[in-house]
Structure formats: structure tokens, C-alpha cells
Design a protein around this ligand. Structure first.
Ligand SMILES: [Zn+2]
Length: 231
């Protein structure tokens, strides 16, 4: 049934009533439902009939998140890290921008290493489960999905919790290609997805000195730190 897959995820903050909530649809088999429903004390509410049917399975799931609700602080900091293997025959998408290269990321979604780690930084700051738990790579729904979908959800959760972006600092690590010609396009798209002023979004890129998989053009990685401020 169509209604079974419609649900809301709420952030674990004691916040003001939300006047506008955008429904986000997960398939009923999404492990997030199970991982959230088995720890009701975290106040992560999933309203779905599918949640009830999955509750029994919940006990088998593990969670890496705190068991108590996150405190509503004036500021919250979050860190994200991601790495993808580079393989010939795939597009290289960084920050939503298609970068010409002889290889790209082999991944379930579009393999956007920058957007993935920005999402993880925001989720981390909010004290929520990581991107892999919310958008599992075992779910066919996310196969080839643009990572902007994950960003939209992370930003929605941030606002729902009553926070806005203070500032963001990201570092891309890759040997090739040069990021500098594409840096402003990547940063502009990042600002658009975050709904943020360019002055609070910083992007850096560096090589890995030709060592290890990063330095041998076999992988790409990114780190992100975000500071969220209470609205
Ligand atoms: Zn990733």
C-alpha cells in the first residue's frame, strides 16, 4: 500500500512545533525504520505502519548513535568523512558537478564524495545516525540517486531541529584531476543545496603526494566540518 511507505523522521531535539513538515518516503524495508524504532528513548519518531511491522526485527539491529536525546545547544559541531574508489567507466561527480576525468566513483548512488561527507557532518552535528544508515546502499531505491536528495533531507532535518548553518569547511583529497578550474562551480552548488551564503562555505582541495590509493588516482576522499547555530 502506498501509505505504508510514507513517514517522517524527527530530530531528537525538544523543539518548537513544526508548522511545515515535508514528507520523506522510505521503502518499508529501510533499515532506518528498524534502527530508529528499537530505541524509542531517542525520540526519533517514525510514523509509519511499516514501522510497526518491522519493530520485532528491530532488536537485531545495532545503532552507533547516542541512546539519549541530543541536547539543544546554542552551537553544535559535526565532522564528516568519505572515501570512494575510482574506477574507469564511471562519471566523477563532486559537489553535484560532473568533472571530466578518466575515471569516477563506483558507488550505489552517484558516488559524490563531497556531498556525502557534508551530509554526514550535518547529521553528526544533529546527533543523528550516519548517511549509510539513513540511505542504505543495499536499498535499490538509492541506486544511481543524485546525492542532492541526501543533502535536501539533511538540510530539512537541520531546520526541523531549529538550527541553521554557521559555517562549513570542506577539504577534498585527490591526486587528479585539478579541482581549481571547477572549485567555484562546486562551491556555488554546495551553497545552493545548503541554502547558505557563499561567505560561510569554504572548499579546499589537495593532493595526496602521489602516495597510497588517494595519491595513485585510485580513490578520492573528503573531510567536512560544520558549525550549526540555534536559530
Ligand atoms: Zn560516499
Amino acid at each position: 500500500m502506498a501509505m505504508a511507505s510514507s513517514l517522517f523522521i524527527s530530530t531528537p531535539f525538544p523543539s518548537k512545533p513544526i508548522s511545515k513538515q515535508i514528507p520523506f518516503s522510505f521503502p518499508s524495508s529501510n533499515p532506518l525504520i528498524r534502527s530508529f524504532t528499537h530505541k524509542p528513548s531517542r525520540n526519533l519518531v517514525v510514523s509509519s505502519s511499516a514501522a510497526a511491522t518491522n519493530a520485532i526485527e528491530a532488536e537485531t539491529q545495532t545503532s552507533n548513535s547516542a541512546t539519549t536525546p541530543a541536547k539543544s545547544l546554542s552551537f553544535r559541531v559535526g565532522h564528516g568523512f568519505d572515501l570512494h574508489r575510482l574506477e574507469p567507466g564511471y562519471p566523477l561527480i563532486i559537489g553535484g558537478i560532473n568533472i571530466p576525468h578518466d575515471r569516477g566513483c563506483e558507488a550505489h548512488s552517484d558516488g559524490d564524495v563531497l556531498l556525502h561527507c557534508v551530509v554526514d557532518a550535518i547529521l553528526g552535528a544533529l546527533g543523528l545516525p550516519d548517511i549509510g544508515q539513513i540511505f542504505p546502499d543495499t536499498d535499490p531505491k538509492w541506486k544511481g540517486a543524485p546525492s542532492s536528495v541526501f543533502m535536501e533531507e539533511a538540510v530539512r532535518l537541520m531546520h526541523e531541529a531549529g538550527y541553521e548553518l554557521g559555517n562549513l569547511d570542506a577539504t577534498l583529497i585527490l591526486q587528479r584531476p585539478k579541482v581549481s578550474p571547477h572549485k567555484e562551480a562546486i562551491r556555488a552548488n554546495l551553497c545552493k543545496l545548503l541554502g547558505a551564503d557563499p561567505s560561510v562555505v569554504n572548499l579546499k582541495a589537495k593532493t595526496h603526494e602521489k602516495v597510497d590509493s588517494l595519491g595513485e588516482n585510485r580513490s578520492i576522499a573528503a573531510h567536512t566540518v560544520v558549525l550549526l547555530m540555534k536559530k
